[in-house]
Design a protein around this ligand. Structure first.
Ligand code: GDP
Ligand code: MG
Length: 637
């Protein structure tokens, strides 16, 4: 009896969508290679004895990245009974390369040609019989998204799968990419008619603008700007309503409990810790949801892959770039997934560097913190929280350059072979599922980590050596703890015990920063020397080590305690130094108003002059274009 089945195919061909449809579970899908980096098992919805495994996508077995190794290991260890090779019908030519590699595994196999709904829409004819003859295995046309033909696929996989038998092809496993290309090139015209689809035509036209060397960049900035601006603007407004409602609830509860003669201790715990703490976190929910909604649209439509491409080009000027751009782009939603996505990077040093840098990108929780800060300190100016995204890009560039200059991280960035997916309308179902998963995750986090933080904090704040402090915070344990570490943050402009404690709880979950501030202080504004130090605090939250879940993911990917400790030190130092610079600049600005602006304009003018000078020096004699400059000699003369 065959009952272990695995799904193998190129990234983005719809394996996870098929897995979800077959097992009735939900795993994140995305129009973006690198979304699935871990294999996952599930049971067939219609027969629970059958185990189906979703594996990370891969193009070949020869590059040696972690996800390729994971798939090879899986096949060797679990010896699946049947391989379902999922291929994207709209992209058959490239997908079949992997089929050739799989064929040399000598395992029973069948081919699922996915995205058939798109094929029909675009008027492509695909001859499944020819395809089946070519590889000697059964072929089923399906649409994983629409659930079309998937049960038929299972029947075929269970009863008719065969060990492939390809005539006139003699490649061996993991080595013969060249032979595979030639083989497919020769036969593809027999299988598929109409090679450029309408969607591809549209995509290639749109890409001329979206990925344009010059226009691409302002479009990218506008997309990111709009995403963060809308989420902090709309989300902030909705979140404000939640806070108001909670304040009212807390007031009413407090009054009701007091009139019933309940002890101040209990009343305080319920109203200040539970209601206030949780409502602060809950008030982030709209913002996070809007952010994720927009990020999902960006990912699903295929723009995220283009953004990674533009970032790559941008970062190359700093000597960075390459595959690390994908994890960095994914990190914008959640650092954990971003860090996991580093598995697609083969080069160990580059992967390590990406794990060090990915937490600099603003995740959903950090974005919520920034929204709250701009609301409290900058009159709700959404530009302030949006500026954090660009600060993070700048820091990735600068600190990345710095790391690259070290010997251990040195070496060039590999060529960027990112597949640019076709542009398409995001599917409504996927968006709803992503939002729903986010709501669940968020509520779970609020109900566990953040709830416990609230309660523990409140207790630490209201209990001291002599027991209940009766509102006298200065006798509490928390006061002593915070005071013990506050001097570290003094140069950053928030050297008080409340802000220091918030930094510590932020390690558990970034949302806890705000939640701590509201629990331990009645007016967060009093905790900062100036708006500049509040901004410095935001930068510190952005760059300092990420939350525990992300730390755990980083530890797993780095595979070494030494590198993990180095990473924490690196991120702490980065956060500290950037916050310090911001606070010092702020102090200067306050002391000598107009100074900073003058310095910035001065630097821009001087840099422009220096660049112009350098360019003129370069123009050389103009005879061969190889001339390195007027000063050096022309090689031709
Ligand atoms: P994986 O990387 O192979 O796991 O691919 P995913 O399952 O994450 O899917 C990639 C993208 O293709 C997602 O945007 C899916 O919504 C989309 N997709 C998957 N199956 C189909 C299909 O049958 N038809 C269409 N039109 N889109 C699909
Ligand atoms: Mg997947």
């Amino acid at each position: 009896m065959r009952n272990v089945i695995c799904l193998i195919g190129n990234p983005n061909c719809g394996k996870t969508t098929l897995f979800n449809a077959l097992t009735g579970t939900y795993r994140k899908v995305g129009n973006f290679p690198g979304v699935t980096v871990e294999s996952k098992e599930g049971r067939y919805r219609k027969n629970k004895d059958i185990i189906i495994t979703d594996l990370p996508g891969l193009y070949s077995f020869s590059a040696g990245s972690d996800d390729e190794k994971a798939v090879t290991d899986y096949i060797l260890k679990n010896s699946p009974d049947v391989i379902i090779n999922v291929v994207d019908g709209t992209n058959l030519e490239r997908n079949l390369n992997l089929t050739c590699a799989l064929a040399s595994l000598d395992k029973p196999m069948c081919i699922a040609v996915n995205m058939c709904d798109d094929l029909e829409k675009n008027g492509i004819k695909l001859d499944d019989k020819k395809l089946s003859e070519l590889f000697g295995v059964p072929v089923v046309k399906i649409s994983a998204l629409k659930g079309r033909n998937i049960d038929r696929l299972m029947e075929v996989a269970l009863n008719e799968a065969k060990v492939p038998d390809i005539k006139e092809y003699s490649g061996t496993f993991g080595k013969s990419e060249g032979a595979a290309y030639a083989f497919i090139e020769k036969h593809i015209d027999k299988i598929i008619k109409v090679r450029q689809t309408r969607a591809e035509l549209f995509t290639s036209r749109a890409d001329r603008i979206l990925m344009h060397r010059i226009f691409g960049i302002p479009i990218f900035i506008a997309v990111i700007f709009l995403t963060y601006y809308l989420s902090s603007r709309l989300g902030g407004a909705l979140g404000g309503k939640i806070t108001q409602a909670a304040a009212l609830l807390s007031e009413k509860t407090s009054a009701a409990m007091t009139t019933r003669g309940i002890h101040a201790w209990t009343t305080g715990l319920v109203t200040d810790a539970v209601i206030k703490g949780l409502s602060t976190v809950l008030s982030f929910l709209p913002q996070i949801l809007i952010l994720f909604l927009l990020l999902t649209v960006i990912e699903e439509s295929g723009y995220a892959a283009r953004a990674a491409f533009i970032l790559d080009r941008l970062f190359r000027t700093f000597g960075l770039g390459g595959k690390s751009m994908l994890p960095l782009t994914v990190s914008c939603g959640c650092t954990v997934t971003g860090i996991m996505a580093t598995r697609i990077i083969e080069d160990e040093a580059e992967k390590r560097m990406t794990v060090f840098l990915a937490p600099f990108m603003p995740c959903g929780a950090k974005t919520a913190v920034f929204g709250w800060f701009s609301y409290c300190f900058f009159g709700g100016n959404a530009l302030i929280s949006t500026s954090m995204y660009f600060l993070s890009i700048l820091c990735v560039a600068v600190f990345g350059r710095l790391l690259k200059s070290l010997k251990t991280f040195g070496g060039g960035s590999g060529a960027f072979l990112l597949e640019i997916p076709t542009l398409r309308f995001p599917s409504f179902k996927d968006i709803i599922m992503v939002l729903w998963t986010k709501i669940k995750e968020f509520l779970l986090k609020a109900g566990t980590i953040i709830f416990s933080v609230s309660v523990v904090l409140w207790i630490l704040q209201n209990v001291g050596i002599n027991g209940y402090t009766d509102g006298n915070t200065e006798e509490s344990f928390l006061f002593y703890i915070g005071n013990g570490i506050k001097y570290i943050f003094y140069p950053l402009g928030f050297g008080n015990w409340q802000a220091s404690v918030s930094v510590v709880t932020g390690i558990l979950a970034k949302e806890a920063v705000i939640e701590t501030m509201t629990v331990v202080s009645s007016d967060a504004r009093a905790l900062f020397d100036s708006v500049y130090s509040a901004y410095a605090f935001m930068a510190f939250v952005l760059l300092s080590p990420p939350c525990v879940s992300a730390l755990a993911a980083a530890r797993r990917e780095l595979k070494s305690g030494k590198w993990f400790v180095l990473m924490i030190l690196f991120q702490s130092a980065a956060g500290y130094s950037v916050a310090l610079v911001i606070n010092l600049l702020g102090m200067l600005q306050e002391r000598f108003s107009g100074l900073i602006l003058s310095v910035v304009i001065g630097i821009i003018v001087l840099t422009a002059a220096a660049l112009a000078f350098k360019k003129n020096m370069r123009s050389g004699c103009g005879c061969c274009g190889k001339c390195s400059g007027g000063v050096k000699k022309c090689p031709k003369k």
